[in-house]
Design a protein around this ligand. Structure first.
Ligand code: FES
Ligand code: FES
Length: 160
């Protein structure tokens, strides 16, 4: 077993894990962050996407021991003071989900896309989300939501 200390959604956790434990399983089963989900066993779907030190990763593709000493943000850490993150709000308002299974990963990836490119074109949004699969929506409203969130985030940046 290996001892790891990871900050998850702003809280520090120290746990013993097997070296083979995947970050997604650590988050769900040890830390209890079940908002992060597993949608495949081939690293294809992106449902498990979280931020590791601010950058999106597929948490089924990272070992828990690799997160030792690092900071993880999950979908459960995005809202602040009871207020949904602008990307969460936009997904809600644009009906960018049906079953919702892909949504946590999709939102975490969308945040990363917008962090790196605050004013993306539709094509850039589609490319930025290409590692995240949705089996329900046809992607149209997801792209609309990311466009809406981009507008909201840039107006927040101007007013702050
Ligand atoms: S569960 Fe991680 S990519 Fe599908
Ligand atoms: S909303 Fe069902 S998989 Fe995306």
């Amino acid at each position: 077993m290996s001892r790891i200390t990871v900050i998850v959604d702003g809280v520090s956790y120290t746990d013993e894990v097997e070296p083979r434990t995947l970050l997604v399983h650590y988050l769900r089963e040890t830390v209890g962050k079940t908002g992060t989900v597993v949608g495949c066993d081939t690293s294809n779907c992106g449902a498990c996407t979280v931020h590791l030190d601010g950058t999106s990763v597929k948490s089924c593709n990272v070992l828990a021991v690799q997160a030792d000493g690092h900071e993880v943000t999950t979908i459960e850490g995005l809202a602040q003071n009871g207020e949904l993150h602008p990307v969460q709000k936009a997904f809600h308002e644009c009906h960018a989900l049906q079953c919702g299974y892909c949504t946590p990963g999709m939102i975490m990836q969308a945040c990363d896309v917008l962090k790196n490119n605050p004013d993306p074109s539709e094509q850039e949004i589609r490319e930025g989300l290409e590692g995240n699969l949705c089996r329900c929506t046809g992607y149209h409203n997801i792209v609309k939501a990311v466009q809406q969130a981009a507008g909201e985030l840039s107006s927040q940046a101007v007013s702050s």
